[in-house]
Write a protein of this length. Structure first.
Lengths: 355, 138
């Protein structure tokens, strides 16, 4: 907790500046989320940050706060930094983004610095709970431990008739020392080094429809797991996302394939009635090794817009574990229990806000 | 009788005017571009950063509790208040844009737009002055 002090001080220092200086834009977001496993032994709600609940109500796993400052240097150049304090990381503030934007043309922009790898549709804003209906992004389908990278990204946007087109290409590298997810899963320190990350995204959208594709590849060097007796991998990540609105009813679905490890996907429907949005969600994760790690999740939940900048959420999730139970540490291929002791029911509630 | 009908018609227009306030989109007097609703929507969603010929386009928003804002978002931007806020949160927190500046009142929008050829705003039709050019009515 002591380490949140610099962040708080930075906030205080920036607040008067924001009013005094039109070239500085300070904003932020946060979520206070509490959850409790009511059936089963434990649940990984946030894979990349290893946010894991047990049978006691816990407000410290997904609660987070982000503060962002954007400095406009001139007509073409902006500098952005975003620091986040996460419960899953003992609230220790960390710089999540720090980059410069340079507008080469009105519709072509270069970003360079510490960025998010835009592999998933929600990758770049999965921490901004306010921006999506669910209490959290679908856990099974959002498990990649490569979330940030240091590099460059070129963004281009245009339109043809009523179709908006946005595309990005990016390249860089990322070192995850003590990778939170892998170190947890393998119960030992795991370092991962991703080099030669290159990728591209393409998003087509109209008022009611969004389709997005992404492809990323990299070389990954791993220290620690000894998984399959290999420590160097050529990885490839494919993802496709679709969203369609029919008035107040919206469906969203996403599929991804992470070679040579797993595939995962989700589908969700939501219905908005004024300030209230109801949703159902199904997601699934399946490791290539049959029955080693395999789980699917069904959720029902509600979002209520309390204010234009604040939303309340409540969610009931059931996870069905078909693979090894990471909590009982019983590897399924040996102690085969097809019904799995990892089955879980968890209730979650929280508030998301932006400012 | 004709006078009575005219009076009744005039009265009904006044009442309907009160119930469904007209929102107008305004730009600087020097801006002669014609803007269709899709172009205005793109400017307010940060998808276009310039007018067809009149240079850089910078949108201005009214306060969140304003009726004209809710009307404008529903009719032109085709989003609810919270969808609009969420949309801009996505761009803002991924470094892809800064949301439109929020002004204090219709009067502020008219004054700012009258002085700066890059600005574009929307106000209740009753707040318009001859200092700005109306490009669209909704």
């Amino acid at each position: 907790m002591r380490k949140t002090l610099p962040l708080a001080l930075a906030t205080l220092a920036l607040a008067p500046l924001a009013q005094a200086n039109d070239n500085l834009h300070v904003s932020g977001f946060g979520s206070v989320i509490g959850a409790q496993v009511i059936e089963g032994s434990g649940h990984v709600a946030d894979y990349p940050n290893a946010g894991i609940y047990d049978d006691q109500f816990d407000l410290s796993k997904e609660t987070k706060f982000g503060l962002q400052a954007v400095a406009t240097i001139n007509d073409r150049t902006r500098f952005t930094t975003q620091a986040m304090s996460r419960g899953a990381n003992d609230f220790e503030p960390q710089v999540e983004w720090m980059f410069v934007n340079y507008a080469i043309q009105d519709d072509l922009e270069l970003q360079a610095g510490k960025l998010r790898v835009p592999v998933y549709y929600f990758s770049e804003y999965m921490d901004v709970g306010y921006a999506y209906p669910w209490i959290r992004v679908p856990s099974d389908a959002y498990s990649l431990d490569l979330t940030n990278f240091n590099g460059v990204q070129l963004n281009y946007r245009t339109y043809m008739g009523s179709v908006n087109i946005a595309t990005a290409v990016y390249a860089g590298r990322q070192t995850n020392n003590s990778d939170p997810l892998m170190s947890y899963l393998f119960d030992q320190n795991v370092d991962r080094d991703f080099t030669g990350i290159v990728g591209a995204t393409l998003e087509l959208s109209t008022d009611n429809t969004i389709v997005k594709f992404s492809y990323t590849e990299a070389d990954m060097h791993e220290e620690g797991t000894g998984y399959r007796g290999i420590d160097d991998y050529a990885i490839q990540f494919h993802d496709v996302y679709v969203q369609q609105s029919f008035g107040d009813f919206t469906v969203r679905a996403e599929y991804n394939r992470y070679k040579p490890f797993y595939e995962s996907y989700f589908a969700s429907g939501s219905y908005r009635m004024g300030k209230t949005t109801y949703y159902v969600l199904y997601s699934k994760f399946e490791l290539d090794e049959p029955k080693f790690e395999e789980h699917d999740t069904q959720s029902v939940g509600v979002r209520y817009d309390m204010d234009a900048r604040m939303a309340f959420k409540f969610d009931v999730t059931q996870m069905n574990d078909e693979g090894m139970d990471p909590f009982a540490n019983t590897p399924n291929p040996v102690n085969n229990d097809p019904d799995g002791d990892g089955d879980v029911v968890i209730i979650s509630t929280g508030i998301d806000f932006i400012f | 009788m004709k006078t009575l009908i005219r009076l009744l018609l005039a009265a009904s227009m006044v009442f309907s005017g009160a119930a469904f306030a007209e929102v107008v989109v305004i730009v600087h007097q020097s801006n002669t571009d014609n803007l269709d609703p899709e172009m205005i929507q793109r400017i307010f969603l940060g998808k276009t950063k310039g007018f067809p010929t009149a240079g850089k386009a910078v949108p201005l928003d009214l306060p969140q509790d304003s009726t004209a804002r809710a009307d404008f978002l529903a009719k032109v931007v085709k989003k609810t208040q919270s969808q609009y806020t969420a949309y801009w949160a996505k761009l803002m927190f991924t470094g892809k844009g800064v949301p439109p500046k929020e002004t204090d009142s219709d009067k502020d929008v008219v004054t700012l737009v009258s002085k700066n050829p890059s600005l574009i705003g929307y106000v209740d039709a009753a707040s318009v002055t001859p200092d700005v050019r109306v490009v669209a009515r909704f």
